[in-house]
Design a protein around this ligand. Structure first.
Ligand SMILES: Cc1ncc(COP(=O)(O)O)c(C=O)c1O
Length: 362
């Protein structure tokens, strides 16, 4: 009998560590022994207000579901050009920005190539680099989770790509433009993941004109409340966009996701108002958390914040919140030990979170 399929895996796939993804609400509800609707889900930086009414209307009307989507992404690229200010030929739309990370990495990384990561940060850069057989050089952030620019540049010697998120997940802080401009002097791709840009109110996209090595990633998952539909995009030099368009799966973004993206961009003013509400709520949540003894929320420019629990109490705080139906993200390892990442929800979500945390910490 032939060997099993898994026997043929490439060596670097064998012990692959998967991305540590957020639990869905039904699993959380089962664990906490509460109804799904009673779960306060603050573990995946989703938008508490959901999709825009125009997007929901368009989805209800349906789309041309029996027909394949446009592989050239003409309508989406045009609409995103108007939204971002970049030409349509510099935009590539993906099945979430995760797919753009995957496309960029697969297009440039051969086994043995090097990339620079700036941990603690979003886990997918590491996972996809390993899938490509690349080695990941860590240029650790400093104790305030700011980029160490010189360390990042030194690590980039001979590397093909630097991946950095701004605002960073899970620390919430954004990098000053001057730091990013210094990093752009490196002779490699600099991929700046701006999944949370709409909450920070700034973007590196205008820098692409002067820095053809810059790739900016954006998503409709956070700002536009479309996480479940999977649609994100990359903005980059036209030659790189062309290359990714040639290599991407032809129908990578569904008709449904396209319908929702176009209607959301048409409702950008309302989505921006909601983003402003979330930012306002983040500041209220920061003040309420800071008032709890031993609890230290860190400054954030995103729709979540990283919060230190009293020393040695991180796991207890996480478990205590889960038992009370409040789900957040927990990081067991240094330098995040005792930290929780908490998404910003509605004001009533914040009130439930704070009451549950107070009770969990006794
Ligand atoms: C920094 C960062 N980049 C990318 C993503 C993935 O976004 P998408 O839903 O567009 O794949 C996330 C999701 O949490 C994120 O935090």
């Amino acid at each position: 009998m032939a060997r099993g399929a898994a026997e043929f895996l490439q060596a670097h796939w064998r012990g692959l560590d998967p991305y540590d993804a957020a639990e869905p609400p039904e699993t959380l509800a089962e664990r906490a022994g509460v109804a799904e609707e009673a779960v306060v889900k603050l573990n995946a930086n989703e938008n508490p207000y959901g999709p825009s009414p125009k997007a929901l209307d368009a989805l209800r009307k349906g789309g041309r579901i029996a027909v394949y989507p446009d592989p050239a992404q003409t309508a989406m690229r045009r609409a995103l050009a108007a939204y971002t200010g970049a030409p349509p030929g510099q935009i590539v739309v993906g099945n979430g920005s995760d797919e753009i990370i995957d496309l960029v990495f697969r297009s440039v990384l051969a086994p043995g190539d090097r990339i620079v990561n700036t941990p603690p940060t979003f886990g997918m850069y590491d996972v996809i680099a390993h899938i490509c057989g690349a080695s990941v050089i860590a240029a650790e952030r400093n104790e305030r989770f700011e980029l160490d620019v010189q360390r990042t540049l030194d690590a980039a010697e001979g590397a093909k790509l630097i991946a950095l998120a701004s605002p960073n997940n899970p620390s919430g802080n954004a990098s000053p433009q001057a730091d990013i401009e210094r990093i752009l002097e490196a002779d490699c791709i600099v991929m700046v993941d701006e999944a949370y840009a709409e909450f920070a109110g700034r973007s590196v996209i205008p820098l692409i004109r002067r820095h053809p090595n810059l790739i900016a990633l954006r998503t409709m998952s956070k700002w536009a409340g479309l996480a479940g539909l999977r649609v994100g995009y990359g903005v980059m030099d036209a030659a790189m966009a062309d290359a990714l368009m040639r290599g991407k799966p032809p129908y990578n973004v569904s008709q449904t996701a396209e319908t929702a993206l176009l209607a959301s961009l048409d409702d950008a003013a309302l989505l921006n108002e909601r983003a402003a509400l979330i930012v306002q709520e983040r500041e209220r949540m920061t003040a309420l958390l800071a008032a709890l003894p031993g609890v230290e929320p860190l400054p954030s420019e995103a729709n979540f914040l990283l919060c230190r629990m009293p020393r040695g109490r991180g796991k207890a705080a996480y478990d205590g919140l889960a038992a009370r139906g409040v789900s957040v993200r927990y990081y067991p390892k240094a330098p995040l030990a005792d930290c929780l990442r908490i998404s910003v929800g509605t004001p009533s979500d914040t009130d439930r979170l704070v009451a549950a945390l107070e009770s969990a910490l006794g």
